[in-house]
Design a protein around this ligand. Structure first.
Ligand code: AMP
Length: 315
């Protein structure tokens, strides 16, 4: 178990729902009782970041549901879909251990791929058939520039999940800053009746943002990777000490200086408008910015690298 809470029961009490129709039935029962429903979509391999979303959902709502679905359409053929950590038994125990204001997670949606993609799905975009959702304008830059099919996959699966669960509140982590912007625009543009709640990034003691993909890393590499957050903090310090408008280039220079202490491959280090994600020439107090980065760190005993993303918000 990776969350702090201890589980007291051996058999998880959470209802496991595997089909769309089971979730619809569950949702109907909540509706009939006029209960507020909170929803936390995840890909599993749960950690404290996921737990903080689920705990907030418990506090805000009468009933909470979590989904675990490793969504093929957001992975490119060369990415880690098969290797992505799958730890459902541990995840169930973690979810069952959560408790806030006397409430516990009521249901886990654990669909098969065929349930979410009735037409089937391949990671090859050119061979995909059926309906997909694109959120233009905020999906192409940053993560989208490196992973061109990523946000189309995310927006598609989140639309499907929101259609099924119809939550009062849906919870996302600031860790995936661009994803939050994409989802907010998706919900607004497609007139989806839900409230999007974004919660802060949970970090390891050394500052490294928690991520399911950290499971690929040794403790030594995780410690070395904490330099990513240190560099974001240096950028933030530089900006706050300036107490005025600061050219983005100056902030990026101080961050690069820190990152150079490790031989990591920096895919991007960008300063963007917090709402539109447009590149900013300068950061202005009042407007603020998101500084975001993606870094590829080497794995022990492997030629493969692990991509880590992180960001910090300037005000
Ligand atoms: P994932 O399972 O990686 O798809 O993440 C599911 C949700 O958890 C997304 O909304 C993520 O942004 C959020 N999340 C992942 N890592 C963290 C973290 N370190 N802190 C807060 N939220 C997180």
């Amino acid at each position: 178990m990776r969350c702090d809470e201890k589980s007291h029961s051996m058999t998880p009490q959470i209802k496991i729902l595997r089909t769309v129709s089971q979730v619809r039935q569950w949702r109907l029962e909540c509706l009939l009782k006029q209960q507020k429903v909170g929803f936390v979509p995840t890909m599993g391999a749960l950690h404290k970041g996921h737990c903080s979303l689920a705990t907030q959902s418990l506090k805000d709502n009468d009933k909470s549901i979590v989904s675990i679905f490793v969504n093929p359409s957001q992975f490119a053929p060369h990415e880690d879909l098969d290797a992505y950590p799958r730890t459902v038994d541990d995840d169930l125990r973690i979810l069952d251990s959560l408790n806030a204001d006397g409430k516990k997670i009521d249901a886990l949606f654990l669909p098969k791929i065929s349930e979410m993609y009735p037409n089937g799905i391949t990671t090859e975009v050119s061979q995909q058939r059926g309906a997909f959702v694109s959120v233009k304008g905020c999906s192409e830059q940053l993560e989208g520039s490196i992973r061109p099919q990523f946000f189309r996959g995310v927006a598609t699966v989140v639309t499907k999940l929101l259609n099924v669960v119809q939550p009062t509140n849906v919870y996302f982590g600031q860790k995936d800053a661009q994803q939050c912007v994409v989802i907010k625009n998706l919900v607004k543009d497609l007139l989806i009746d839900t409230n999007v709640v974004v919660l802060p990034t949970m970090r390891e003691e050394n500052g490294l943002a928690m991520s399911s993909r950290n499971a690929y890393l040794s403790q030594e590499t995780k410690d070395r990777s904490s330099i990513i957050y240190k560099s974001l903090k240096r950028g933030e310090d530089y900006y706050s000490k300036a107490k005025g408008t600061v050219p983005s280039k100056d902030i990026i220079d101080v961050m690069n200086e820190t990152l150079q202490h490790e031989d990591f491959e920096v895919e991007y280090l960008s300063i963007s408008h917090p709402d539109t994600l447009e590149d900013l020439e300068a950061v202005e107090p009042g407007v603020g910015a998101i500084i975001s980065t993606a870094v590829r760190v080497p794995r022990e005993n492997s030629t493969e690298k692990t991509r880590l993303i992180d960001n910090i918000v300037l005000h």
